[in-house]
Design a protein around this ligand. Structure first.
Ligand code: ADP
Ligand code: TRP
Length: 327
């Protein structure tokens, strides 16, 4: 089986990205062939700043590596290094109804937020389907918000195959239900769009400051508290062992625990998990040549797969192989 997923370089990754997508994807990579990429074409729908695009592309690449991606086993690459994906986007656009794209949650949400949406936002799911289908992916680990997009990729593969014969592999989304949505500082879904994120990689001091900003109710030290409705505990679950969780939950249910104590426990658990990757991350960012080499190698491997698929797809559509036979 082949796993594939992408993350947009619109910013450095946050804890929602880490728990909802990056960690599950890294676990999948232990058992399956894996193609993980930085979705810069997708980021271009909203990020129109070359300097930030370059910086965040490097940050996302360094994050994958610092968190344990082995570039010899997994293929790590930048989406735009395989421009063949744009050709497949067109082929899929020609078998996709406008109505399907009009039903996309992300498009509808963008419409609700502003009046002026670019064509890229509308066709976003077609490019995403091309990403998935061009690498013959079977498993697509994503957070819950991306599930509809993967289902659309399935629809597009089925619709292409129905017209042109079996050509494209039909993929599956893969979402761990217990981590489907990681809450942010305010308890809403953690998202760059809501300004409520905790970065994966920041200094220990900044991490502590962010954790201290998590919103809680105003219960005092002597009141008993409910871990199941607390934003601090919701994150603690992902960083602490079952024993640590049971112990902190018991302290919530008895008088004497202030939210400051719970936040300190969360900070310490996060720090224990993130301190070593943080050092690797910072070191990688000081060696852009090493990053570049890894991404170049990934691009070559990804392009090889993409070209094979495009040959199949072009033939299936009835495009003449003029240049190939002339060569
Ligand atoms: P954002 O919502 O901050 O813009 P992205 O859209 O770049 O995040 O998400 C990249 C990946 O991380 C996607 O697979 C997405 O589903 C996952 N993800 C993002 N935020 C969360 C969250 N709060 N909980 C779980 N998964 C998330
Ligand atoms: N749309 C995804 C996001 O916003 C990123 C992405 C682009 C992706 N292409 C993909 C994810 C292909 C999985 C598969 O998070």
């Amino acid at each position: 089986m082949r796993a594939l997923t992408g993350i947009k370089p619109t910013d450095a990754p946050h804890i929602g990205n880490l728990l909802g997508m990056i960690e599950p994807a890294l676990r999948l990579a232990e058992q399956h062939e894996s193609y993980y990429f930085i979705a810069d074409y997708h980021a271009l729908t909203t990020l129109h700043d070359a300097k930030r695009m370059r910086q965040h592309t490097r940050e996302v690449a360094a994050s994958w590596l610092a968190l344990g991606l082995d570039p010899k086993k997994s293929c790590l690459f930048v989406q735009s290094d395989v421009p063949e994906v744009q050709e497949l986007t067109w082929m899929l656009a020609c078998v996709t109804g406008v109505g399907l794209l009009e039903r996309a949650h992300a498009y509808k949400a963008a419409q609700d937020r502003n009046q002026d949406i670019n064509v890229g936002v509308f066709t976003y799911p077609v490019l995403m389907a091309a990403d998935i289908l061009i690498y013959d992916s079977n498993l697509v680990p994503v957070g819950k918000d991306q599930k509809q997009h993967v289902e659309m990729a399935r629809d597009m593969a089925i619709s292409f195959n129905a017209r042109f014969g079996p050509t494209l592999v039909v993929p599956e989304p893969l979402i761990r239900e217990d981590v489907a949505t990681i809450p942010g500082l305010d308890g809403q879904k953690m998202s760059k769009s809501y300004n409520n994120t905790i970065p994966v990689f920041c200094s220990s001091k900044e991490l502590r400051k962010k954790v201290m900003q998590i919103q809680t109710d105003s219960k005092g030290m002597d009141e008993v508290k409910d871990p199941d409705t607390c934003n601090v505990f919701a994150l603690y679950r992902f960083f602490a062992s079952p024993e640590q969780q049971a112990e902190l939950a018991a302290r919530y249910r008895a008088p004497g625990l202030g939210y400051g104590h719970a936040k300190q426990a969360l900070f310490e658990a996060m720090e224990a998990r993130l301190a070593a990757p943080r050092e690797r991350y910072e070191a990688l960012l000081t060696r852009p040549e090493e990053l570049e080499e890894i991404l170049q190698d990934g691009a070559v491997r990804a392009q090889h797969l993409a070209r094979n698929t495009m040959q199949r797809v072009r033939e299936a559509c009835g495009f003449l192989p003029t240049l190939r036979t002339a060569r």
